[in-house]
Ligand binder design. Structure first.
Ligand SMILES: [Zn+2]
Ligand SMILES: [Zn+2]
Length: 65
């Protein structure tokens, strides 16, 4: 066999995808096809766009009741 790498997330053999963001090799279970990222990057980027909008110190709108 010529296995070039293991899944960065679970360490499984049979890696088929490469993350477009960090370049990690991941298996199909840990790859987000819609983003082209591994699940870790997909989580950081926040597929829904909700993550990251929590910390906006210079936004007074957040203080509205
Ligand atoms: Zn995996
Ligand atoms: Zn990644």
């Amino acid at each position: 066999m010529s296995v070039t790498g293991l899944c960065t997330v679970c360490g499984r053999e049979g890696v088929e995808y490469t993350c477009d963001r960090c370049g990690s090799l991941v298996c199909d279970r840990h790859y987000e096809p819609s983003l082209g990222f591994c699940v870790e990057c997909a989580g950081e980027v926040g597929g829904g766009g909700r993550l990251g909008e929590d910390n906006q110190p210079e936004d007074d709108d957040t203080y509205r009741v």
